[in-house]
Design a protein around this ligand. Structure first.
Ligand SMILES: Nc1ncnc2c1ncn2[C@@H]1O[C@H](COP(=O)(O)OP(=O)(O)OP(=O)(O)O)[C@@H](O)[C@H]1O
Length: 338
């Protein structure tokens, strides 16, 4: 990344509960997003990806709080910003594309009305006719086949793919600088998933928006992202350029995730591996490296003491490139893959 990042997240921690019942599902997360970059956040279910995204928008679920860290967007401190500043940023400069468009769209309002209402909130200077024109443009940009009909439709009258495109239109119509997409394709058929991914890349190219893309599927990261942030048990365990991280992962967890998808352009192995075992619970993080109990490298090195005693964490609030005491190189990567 060159120049000032658009978004900088440092040492972010999210907590629930109090006293002995406190849990910290996001624990010291740090990464940056440059203008026009597509950054993928990837990891197994429950590792804290969605909470990280929601914390950026000040939209944590009830009972959740940011317990530490800083979030800077376009040079502005988001955590110190009051609710009115956050409200004006949300939707206008930062927009969220949810995983379940059906739930995100209002079921009792026509799509066109929802688009126009959001435009009225964020761009009150527009006339009614301009709002209608913008709404139609947004649906065209989101590649809805019959945008005029979609404007007049209720969400339930549209297919899942069309609903998701409408939700994307809602997110992009104010031309935000940053789009946050939380598993935007999980509810869709495989062929439609690929189209939506292509659409996101196209929107980045056309509107110049940066995108943070959350997924549990590392193969989609390979398709659309410039950089990747790999999360495990509330922390970032590896981050860097997609080509580098996905061809030469340095953290054993990234290598394990990659072992569960077919290799790019290569012959798929007879059996794809899954990461064996379960991640630890956010209310009881183990000391040292949290992946250690499932780590083949730790086992093959004779269970070194460092792995259980210290976390090779973050530098200056930004998580390190590979948070491992014994990062993989070409030969040890082969070893953990065998
Ligand atoms: N409202 C809540 N109250 C208490 N704990 C919560 C709450 N929401 C999430 N958590 C905890 O935070 C963990 C991380 O949640 P998060 O939704 O960020 O995971 P994720 O990586 O996005 O998973 P998924 O891919 O399944 O969406 C959960 O496993 C849960 O333990």
């Amino acid at each position: 990344m060159t120049g000032q990042p658009l978004l900088s997240v440092r040492d972010l921690a999210v907590e629930f509960g109090h006293g002995a019942a406190t849990s910290r599902p996001v624990d010291g997360v740090g990464f940056e997003v440059g203008e026009r970059e597509i950054v993928g956040i990837v990891g197994e279910s429950g590792c804290g990806k969605s909470l990280t995204l929601l914390a950026l928008l000040g939209l944590l679920p009830a009972g959740g709080r940011v317990a530490a860290g800083s979030i800077t967007f376009g040079g502005k401190d988001l955590l110190g910003a009051g609710p009115s500043v956050l409200r004006s940023l949300r939707g206008r400069q930062v927009a969220l594309i949810p995983s379940d468009a059906g739930a995100a769209l209002n079921p009792v309002a026509r799509v066109g009305r929802q688009l126009r209402l959001s435009l009225r909130t964020h761009q009150p200077q527009l006339t009614g006719q301009q709002r209608r024109g913008r709404a139609l443009d947004a649906l065209r940009r989101a590649r809805l086949p019959r945008p005029e009909q979609a404007l007049a439709a209720y969400p339930h009258e549209l297919s899942g793919g069309m609903q998701q495109r409408s939700a994307i239109a809602l997110g992009l119509q104010n031309e935000p600088r940053l789009l946050l997409a939380d598993e935007p394709t999980t509810a869709l058929d495989v062929s439609i998933q690929a189209e939506i991914l292509k659409l996101l890349v196209h929107l980045r190219d056309e509107l110049g928006s940066a995108i943070v893309f959350v997924t549990h599927d590392i193969s989609t990261v390979r398709e659309i992202c410039d950089r990747v942030v790999v999360m495990y048990a509330g922390q970032v365990v590896e981050q860097g350029g997609v080509d580098e991280v996905l061809t030469s992962p340095r953290h054993p967890y990234t290598a394990a995730l990659l072992g569960s998808i077919p290799p790019l352009g290569g012959v798929p192995p007879e059996q794809l591996e899954t990461v064996t075992g379960m991640p630890p619970d956010p209310g009881a993080w183990p000391g040292g490296c949290r992946f250690q109990a499932r780590c083949r490298r730790h086992l093959s090195l004779g269970e070194p003491e460092e792995c259980t005693s210290t976390w090779p964490g973050s530098a200056d609030g930004i998580s390190v490139q590979a948070a491992c005491h014994f990062p993989l190189d070409a030969s040890s990567l082969e070893e953990v893959r065998r």
